[in-house]
Write a protein that binds this ligand. Structure first.
Ligand code: URA
Length: 434
């Protein structure tokens, strides 16, 4: 086989066979195919597409390119949850301990911030001492002992995806639904959980800008998961305005703790409890929605959910006192208020712009590997639909210094749109693909 023949076939929209896709991925992982040929093939996929069979073959080949954990052979059921990313998305931080507190094991590898969206690992690392880099043995031991593990993405897992993703990032080939599906699902298959809940976000703050794209991606990933023997469900959820009120790492950690105590903002709390309940139904822990909701409520009310978060934090070297007393989490030296420039109803909050503004405060990375400041970000004082008077508090800015807090004000003001008549926020959960 020759890479050039496979590139030509893909360019001419002729489907590659399973054997050809296996060969391409294997040779690329072993550095027998150079980046320029893989880039050409990826661009041909972007332009010509990939059918469901070829996307599934690509996913399997990428999953097999490195370490495979097969966690469901050791403990079952064992669930995994994945969000395609958003602004203020602290859902994993709450759902994972909630589900584990209800008696279902959670084995999760999770990423860092990508573009304007935050990453769960960055949020977890706002806790002093927390270690996200775990060896395979540590991952399995923590899972078996605590029924929950929240690790960073291992470079040994689906290394073909690591290499291809880095290439896509610099060759304008990220925005391809089959390539995104294969990239996400290869890592899920390599972990090998028994149940997977996908949260596919759409809207201004998400990578999928409309619901049709989100549905296509969700359907494809559900098909790939099922074909690989993982019970997979996808929720299609809105990411028009940030989720909850906190944006920024330690601030979101504190908000996740509030959700686990039943004290978080209504929108993100609802999403977390709903996703936890969905996982309990998927695994058969709860027979129906009502029973699942009762289990979740009990875990929150009894304190078991927040105790589970403290347990996994301690198991991974973190200071559990910062979970029990979130006021001990790191705080930014400067807090400044941005006031509403006019009276009216809040009609929209540009999540992507707000995410970028938080990055300028140090909460995210503009370059790969950059250090971040876990303390900085925003607390929204109002959400879409709220009525405000001019001069009322709109955002609390958490910054490293006065200059940075000042510099972000204009950009922040542009994130908000207003209406003179009442505004009803849209539904958060648009559809569930079961
Ligand atoms: N997240 C991934 O893991 N891969 C993609 O391609 C996009 C988002």
């Amino acid at each position: 086989m020759q890479a050039i023949e496979l590139i030509r076939k893909q360019r001419n929209a002729q489907p590659l066979s399973t054997a050809e896709i296996d060969w391409l991925v294997e040779q690329y992982t072993r550095e027998q195919i150079p980046d320029y040929q893989m880039s050409a093939w990826l661009m041909a996929v972007c332009l010509r597409g990939l059918d469901a069979r070829a996307t599934s073959d690509l996913t399997l080949a990428m999953a097999r390119s490195g370490l495979e954990l097969h966690v469901r052979e050791t403990i079952s059921p064992v669930v995994d949850k994945h969000s395609t990313g958003g602004v203020g998305d602290k859902v994993t931080l709450a759902v994972a301990p909630l589900v584990a507190a209800c008696g279902i094991a959670v084995g999760k590898m999770t990423g860092r911030g990508l573009g304007h969206t935050g990453g769960t690992v960055d949020k977890l690392e706002s806790v002093r001492g927390f270690r996200s880099e775990l060896s395979r043995e540590e991952f399995m031991q923590t899972l078996l002992q605590h029924h929950i593990v929240l690790a960073g993405q291992s470079p040994e897992l689906a290394p073909a995806d690591g290499k291809m993703y880095a290439l896509r990032d610099v060759t304008a080939t990220v925005e391809s639904i089959p390539l995104i599906a294969a990239s996400i699902m290869s890592k899920k298959l390599a972990i090998g959980g028994s149940h997977l809940l996908l949260d596919v976000k759409f809207g201004k703050g998400a990578f999928m800008k409309n619901v049709e794209q989100a549905r296509e991606l969700a359907t494809l990933m559900v098909e790939i998961g099922r074909a690989a023997g993982i019970h997979t469900v996808a929720a299609i959820t809105a990411m028009e305005q940030p989720l909850g009120r906190a944006v920024g790492n330690a601030l979101e950690m504190a908000e996740a703790i509030a959700i686990l105590r039943g004290e978080g903002p209504a929108d993100v709390g609802y999403l977390c409890y709903h996703e936890a309940a969905e996982l309990l139904m998927m695994t058969g822990k709860a027979a129906n929605e009502q029973a699942a909701e009762q289990l979740v409520e009990q875990a929150v009310r009894s304190g078991a959910a927040v105790a589970k978060l403290a347990e996994v934090i301690a198991a991974q070297g973190g200071d559990a006192r910062q979970i029990e007393q979130p006021e001990l989490l790191p705080t930014a030296p400067v807090r400044a208020l941005l006031m509403a420039p006019r009276s009216g109803y809040l009609a929209g909050i540009q999540a992507e712009q707000l995410g970028l503004a938080s990055m300028r405060l140090g909460a995210g990375r503009f370059k790969k590997g950059e250090a971040i400041d876990h303390r900085t970000g925003f607390i929204l004082q109002a959400k879409v639909g709220d009525k405000l008077e001019a001069g009322q508090a709109l955002v609390e800015i958490h910054a490293r210094n006065e200059g940075e807090a000042e510099a972000v004000r204009e950009e922040l003001l542009r994130c908000f749109s207003w209406s003179d008549s009442p505004v009803k926020p849209g539904a958060l959960i648009y559809d569930v693909i079961r």
